[in-house]
Write a protein that binds this ligand. Sequence first.
Ligand code: FES
Ligand code: FE2
Length: 337
Amino acid sequence: MANASGNESIWASAGLADQWYVVAETTDLDAARGPIAVGLLGGTYVVWRGDDGAPTAAPDRCPHREAPLSLGRIEHGCLVCPYHGWTFDRDGRCVAVPSSGAGSAIASAGHLRTLPIRERYGLVWISPGTPSGEPPHIPQDGDPSFRRLNSGVETWAASATRMVDNFCDVAHFPWVHAGTIGSDTDPVVAPVTIEPLDADFTGYQYTVEVHDEHGDDVRQRMSTGFHLPFLVRSNTTFETGRRAGHDRVLLLCTTPIDGVNSLFTFVSWRNHDHDVLAADALAFDRAIGDEDRAMLERIPGELPLDNSSTVSVRSDRLSVEWRRQLASLVAGADSTT
Ligand code: FES
Ligand SMILES: [Fe+2]
């Protein structure tokens, strides 16, 4: 895997394998009407939905002659390899080898190793390892006063390490986001205290003045935190402006395809503007994301987890803590100590 940063071992580490990653939206599986290929941590996986609607994920490699199973098709809920037609059920069991005839015995090595998989928040989560928990809990998802909006999945030519660092950082707002939220905002970032925000996210709370999509100054009470390895959540309560008293949750999901390419998608929950079309409601957040992407795709390589080769200041405190915990996770240590 490309590596100019000194992060040689992180992408293949068990610490990263044993986590949940967003690889698609649930609607992507529905729309495909067949298997899809997803890249994750240097590997490629096939994901498909069976007849009963349940999704299955497995390495995108047929045990017979290594054809990409994602090029196959679904028949009766089973995945059929495009090369010789070996057929796999939702548990990865090889249930048919056409060349051997019906009822032939199938060696255990002919079955697929399926991956842990979940559908949550309109997202498909898989883990190439053995996750100890579930994807993080977003309580607003079960609150009927909140509407959930999914953005679609993009591929960014940027390292997940640089993306999460960016999503933890508000000091870039007046510069990168001058065209959206950042114009004329005070560039000084007040000292923050990093603390557990809840059981799933670590971050800080702050108040910020930004421009909304109407160009109005809005005062927002916010918290921004990370969930290892590559999720960032920002909670907002609007204190002024036309949405005063309302709330919004933004979950930024970054999935490393490899060291320098990543999937990106976000989910927004909001208890306001329910009558606005989803595309219009997401347009401003998309524009902000495009500004970040334009910057991040210009920065080559990975962000070193070792903080000794970059210079960090007060406003980088959350990113520094995220990198510290990520390095511990990769090293197999207790990341919170
Ligand atoms: S390579 Fe898949 S059936 Fe032969
Ligand atoms: Fe940004």
